[in-house]
Ligand binder design. Structure first.
Ligand SMILES: [Zn+2]
Length: 269
C-alpha cells in the first residue's frame, strides 16, 4: 500500500482510538532518518519541522540520553518521566550538517546508527543497492563520525551493507553484525555497544539474530516496534517509534505520547 494512504488510515485510526494506548511522558526511543527538504517525505524530514519537534521536547522539559545508557540503567530510565532517546539511521551527510547543530542548539544528545560499507574518508554517494533510496545524497565521512563521537554523540552499528538480517544465511548475518562493530571501533577508537536492525520490523530480526548480537558483544539492539520502554524489555530487542516526514508536529506529539502504539499489533508486520 502506498505510504501516503497508510499515513491517512493511521491518522484516522489513532485520532479515534489513540487514547487507549496513551502514556504521556513515558520513556521512548524515537527513530529518525534523513533531515532534508525532499519530495519523498517518508525518509526525508523537512529541517524546519525537525527543529520544531526538537524545540517541543526542550520547551516541554524532556531530557535525552543515548541507547548505550539504556543498557547501563534500563531499570532507572523506565522510572523517569519525560526522557527520550533520539536515534538516527543510515548515516546521511545531513546528520552532520543539519541534525547535529539542531540537537546541540537544544541541548540534546543522540545515537547515530551507521552502515559501515558506505562510509569513506570523503563524503560519498552510497555505492551499493542497499541504500539506493539515498542515491542523490552523500554519506557521512569518517572525519564527520570522529567529530560527532568527540561531541558526545553515540555512534552505533546498523549492519555493514544494510541487509534484512533475518532473511540471510546465518554466516552472512553474523558477518553483517560483527564487521561494522570492528570497523567503527578501529576507525573511531571507542567501544561500539549499540546496534539497530536494518528495516527493524518483525520480519527483520529473530531470536537467532538477537543471539548473534550478544555473541558479538553488543549490549543494546533496536527494532522498529513502536511502544514505550519497559523494565522487562530485552536489551537486544528494544522498541523504537519511527518518525517520518509525514508527521506534523501534532502527529509527532501523538507518537511521543503513545497514541500510535495502538497500531502496532496490526501494522508492525
Ligand atoms: Zn536503515
Amino acid at each position: 500500500m502506498k505510504a501516503i494512504y497508510k499515513f491517512h488510515i493511521k491518522r484516522i485510526f489513532t485520532n479515534t482510538f489513540g487514547f487507549l494506548s496513551r502514556k504521556t511522558g513515558a520513556p521512548r526511543i524515537l527513530a529518525f532518518h534523513s533531515v532534508e527538504n525532499n519530495d519523498d517525505t517518508f525518509l526525508h524530514q523537512p529541517p524546519q519541522l525537525f527543529e520544531d519537534q526538537i524545540r517541543y521536547l526542550a520547551e516541554n522539559k524532556y531530557k535525552s540520553c543515548r541507547v548505550a545508557d539504556i543498557a547501563i540503567g534500563l531499570s532507572e530510565i523506565v522510572l523517569q518521566n519525560k526522557i527520550v532517546i533520539l536515534t538516527f539511521d543510515d548515516g546521511i551527510e545531513n546528520f552532520r550538517t543539519i541534525v547535529c547543530p539542531i540537537l546541540k542548539k537544544y541541548g540534546m544528545t543522540a545515537t547515530f546508527f551507521i552502515p559501515t560499507a558506505y562510509i569513506g574518508d570523503e563524503r560519498q554517494k552510497p555505492h551499493h543497492k542497499g541504500l539506493s533510496v539515498y542515491n542523490e545524497y552523500q554519506m557521512l565521512s569518517w572525519q564527520d563520525l570522529r567529530e560527532m563521537a568527540s561531541e558526545g554523540f553515540e555512534i552505533g552499528a546498523h549492519s555493514h551493507t544494510h541487509l534484512k538480517l533475518s532473511q540471510q544465511a546465518s554466516a552472512c548475518a553474523k558477518d553483517e553484525i560483527e564487521r561494522p562493530k570492528l570497523i567503527l571501533e578501529n576507525k573511531l577508537g571507542c567501544p561500539v555497544k549499540s546496534f539497530a536492525y536494518p528495516f527493524g520490523r518483525s520480519d527483520a530480526y529473530a531470536p537467532w539474530t538477537r543471539d548473534l548480537l550478544a555473541e558479538a558483544g553488543y549490549t543494546a539492539g533496536c527494532t522498529m516496534m513502536s511502544r514505550v520502554l519497559s523494565k522487562k524489555d530485552d536489551l537486544l530487542q528494544l522498541p523504537r517509534t519511527d518518525i517520518s516526514g509525514f508527521d506534523t508536529l501534532k502527529q509527532f506529539v501523538m507518537k511521543l505520547n503513545g497514541d500510535y502504539d495502538c497500531l502496532r499489533w496490526i501494522w508492525n508486520k
